[in-house]
Ligand binder design. Structure first.
Ligand code: ACO
Length: 427
């Protein structure tokens, strides 16, 4: 293949460089197009726009491949753990034992939140949505970490930021959960592993012992949510980070992007949808018909993906983990049967087949969270906790790129060319 594409504009032909990724993905570099021709490209929703080159996550949606730093997600889900995956994403390689210990100790060291942050958590109404709390308090962490607010961040400062985010966001999430239940805050415990500590902060009243099966199930879920290349929240992180906003403001913006039901908020929406189907008598075919009706705004939540047009490999792992954990916990949840029936029906339905709509990561994850005792409005918070290393790694890669520029898309203006201004009383 030639290393340049030719674009014929009628009066002018320009050559545009072709770049190729390590997995053979190809792109036409149009960064000089406007200065050479006056043209820009238009791609609403960025379905065909590569916003960066990246060495973090590879996914091939046509065949359902997902790898972090070259390691398949299936291998990580089976053999790794969330902290090792976080290290891998952020540092680009697998840690040696001592490196992982150092990383884990740094997180433990930074996992105690200032008392003012705890007070802040308690100022929210108990009914507040935890995603709003997480976003606000993540941004507020900037006020407690002046040393990290520089725009020329050193390697040590990056490590410290990562430790604070991985250490404190679970504490804040658990603190708000306890507050919302009118229960006392449970401080982090350094003798527990990362996930067991989180479970203990949520549920560790007298006599509570973390079930290792539950901790493992949650660990796998966090691994599966670790990163997903340039999705809506990662792109938001890169957009905000490109202005050299501080790490806490940047991650807070990612949290806000994640909250939407078309993105991470789908895990809450799926459970609500399944509960609504159950309440309605369990007739999922009726809901499938609604999803296909173009006059009806209802969508099948947890189905479809911008990039996966075959299957979402994360959904495959979660579906089997869901069966395993529910069996082990002895939970018989009728909404699992509704979810399976809905999936089975959708996978043979022409509407879904033609549009290549498959279950995504959110379709079964909520059923596991529910079985673990996590309330529905906390589901997207669980997504945050898994995605911290991904957002952090995207931000780190961005700020380390010597060619980094502020992200600033262009537009084609379609508004009035002239509108006469008249005084307010004369309009
Ligand atoms: N239910 C019914 N129809 C759907 C669904 C769905 N869940 N998803 C897509 N479609 C239809 C669209 O209406 C469209 O139909 P048309 O061609 O007749 O107009 C066609 O499939 C293509 O869909 P788009 O909207 O173009 O797909 P897009 O890539 O823009 O959106 C998205 C992807 C947002 C994930 C979408 O599939 C959706 O809304 N799904 C439900 C929400 C969800 O589960 N989100 C989580 C995604 S994973 C994540 O972010 C972690």
């Amino acid at each position: 293949m030639s290393d340049a594409a030719k674009l014929d504009l009628g009066t002018q032909t320009v050559e545009l460089p072709i770049i190729e990724g390590s997995e053979g993905e190809k792109a036409i570099d149009i960064s000089a197009l406007r200065s050479q021709t006056g043209f820009i490209t238009i791609d609403p929703g960025y379905g065909n726009t590569g916003s960066c080159t990246s060495g973090i996550t590879f996914l091939n949606g046509e065949v359902g491949i997902l790898k972090y730093r070259g390691v398949p997600i299936e291998v990580l889900a089976e053999r790794s753990n969330f902290l090792e995956v976080s290290y891998l994403l952020a540092h680009g390689g697998l840690p040696k034992k001592a490196e992982l210990e150092h990383f884990s100790n740094g997180i433990k060291k930074h996992s105690h939140i200032p008392s003012e942050i705890l007070d802040m958590v308690k100022c929210f109404p108990k009914t507040a949505h935890p995603m709003g709390v997480m976003s606000a308090i993540t941004s507020a962490l900037s006020g407690f970490n002046d040393q990290l607010l520089t725009s020329n961040v050193t390697d040590e400062q990056k490590e410290e930021s990562m430790s604070i985010l991985l250490g404190q966001l679970p504490v804040i999430a658990a603190a708000f959960y306890r507050h919302s239940q009118s229960k006392e805050f449970i401080p982090p415990r350094e003798d527990l592993d990362y996930v067991s500590n989180f479970l203990n902060m949520l549920f560790g009243d007298d006599g509570y012992v973390v079930d290792p099966e539950v901790a493992r199930a949650l660990d796998i879920l966090l691994i599966l949510h670790g990163d997903h290349e340039q999705n809506c929240s990662a792109s938001t992180v890169r957009m905000v980070g490109s202005s050299k906003a501080n790490i806490f403001a940047t991650i807070s913006a990612g949290i806000d992007a994640l909250w939407g039901p078309l993105h991470g908020g789908a895990n809450q929406a799926v459970l609500e949808m399944l509960a609504a189907i159950q309440e309605d008598g369990g007739d999922y075919k009726k809901f499938l018909a609604k999803a296909k009706d173009k006059e009806d705004p209802f969508k099948l939540m947890g189905f479809g993906h911008r990039v996966y047009k075959n299957f979402d490999p994360r959904a495959k792992i979660i579906k089997s983990a869901c069966d395993t954990i529910l069996n082990k916990l002895g939970v018989k949840d009728p909404i699992l049967d509704i979810a399976k029936g809905l999936e089975e029906q959708a996978l043979v339905d022409k509407y879904f087949v033609d549009r290549k709509l498959y279950p995504n990561v959110d379709f079964y994850s909520g059923i596991i969270y529910k079985a673990l005792g996590i309330p529905v409005n906390m589901f997207t918070v669980m997504f945050i906790l898994g995605r911290i290393p991904g957002w952090f790694s995207q931000w780190k890669e961005l700020i380390e790129d010597p060619k980094m520029r502020i992200c600033r898309p262009r537009q084609i203006y379609t508004g009035n060319t002239t509108l006469n201004y008249s005084d307010i009383g004369e309009r």
